[in-house]
Design a protein around this ligand. Structure first.
Ligand SMILES: [Zn+2]
Ligand SMILES: [Zn+2]
Length: 308
């Protein structure tokens, strides 16, 4: 399961209601910030989250609405004497901008309480029970990345089979649950395959910042339980969307339909439309859609419950 807290849901310019792009993804006690628009450190405070557990900022691309909050976030953290270094992850091109920007405002890496880590499409982090991968995103010629968080599938134990084989309750069952074989006192060897049921898929979330096309995203986001993606324009302004390198709500919804997404979460909302218009246009193509607002909290679990 992953928990999402939307900290900024505006496109390009902030409004009274919407901050600039920033999304917090929580996995247990680890927190990841996806993009860091201006004022993100205050949004974290207003959401009651603070800075604890936040060790990574994953950047989609280096357009100013997505990265200008980094210096403020790091400076505030430093004044609060928050321990630890923040790792800022992004493409080489994104980090080239961030390196200059932060060196000029805060000082060089480490001295400024941050460290830069280049990512490219493929694995970014592999942790016990879950992983984070990046994928390429097309947006106005930038080297943009999207991110996919994925829980590993679980293999539940079948208690009837454990009972029938005489596996006692306790450490033996815990070892089998972790995928290890156990030897019983009577000399029999029980291997996990003898007692595991059908794998239960883990939760998957896919996050795309700004983009102008959906064809290349179908496979990277396929099957996600939740897809977070921009919906800056409506179909009536499709020519403008193309010219500015952004999606329409209808295009985002067609991607969700083609990639068999669970729930579509639309963000990067322009002040030129009412959110209801965006929702209505998207829902014509994909019904399980929501236009998110600042401070919305959404927990994402795997959709399919396979019983053994
Ligand atoms: Zn943007
Ligand atoms: Zn952009």
């Amino acid at each position: 399961m992953f928990d999402l807290v939307f900290l900024g849901t505006a496109a390009a310019v902030p409004s009274a209601e919407r901050g600039l792009p920033a999304l917090l993804v929580a996995k247990g006690s680890s927190r990841f910030l996806i993009d860091c628009g201006e004022g993100t450190q205050r949004q974290l405070m207003r959401a009651g989250l603070g800075f604890r557990g936040l060790a990574h900022v994953l950047l989609t691309h280096a357009h100013l609405d997505h990265v200008l909050g980094l210096a403020g976030l790091l400076a505030t953290r430093d004044l609060y004497r928050v321990d630890g270094t923040i790792e800022i992850v992004g493409s080489d091109e994104t980090l080239a901008f961030v390196r200059r920007y932060l060196a000029d405002t805060l000082g060089p890496e480490r001295e400024g309480g941050y460290r830069l880590r280049a990512a490219s499409p493929g694995p970014v982090l592999v942790r016990q029970g879950w992983r984070l991968d990046a994928f390429a995103v097309a947006h106005r010629g930038t080297e943009s990345l999207g991110y996919r968080f994925q829980d590993e599938p679980r293999r539940p134990l079948i208690s009837e089979r454990l009972d029938a084989l005489g596996v006692p309750a306790g450490p033996e069952r815990a070892m089998l649950a972790r995928g290890r074989a156990v030897a019983l006192p009577d000399g029999r060897n029980i291997v996990p395959e003898m007692v595991h049921g059908v794998p239960v898929p883990g939760a998957v979330i896919a996050i795309v910042g700004d983009t102008e096309e959906i064809a290349g995203l179908v496979e990277p986001v396929r099957g996600a339980d939740a897809l977070v993606i921009e919906a800056t324009f409506l179909e009536r302004d499709a020519a403008l969307a193309r010219a500015r390198g952004h999606l329409t709500a209808a295009a985002a919804a067609r991607l969700a339909r083609d990639a068999e997404i669970g729930e579509l979460l639309l963000t990067h909302i322009s002040g030129r439309y009412a959110p209801e218009e965006i929702l209505t246009e998207a829902a014509r193509h994909f019904p399980n859609v929501r236009v998110v607002a600042d401070f919305d909290r959404i927990s994402v679990s795997a959709r399919i419950n396979v019983s053994s």
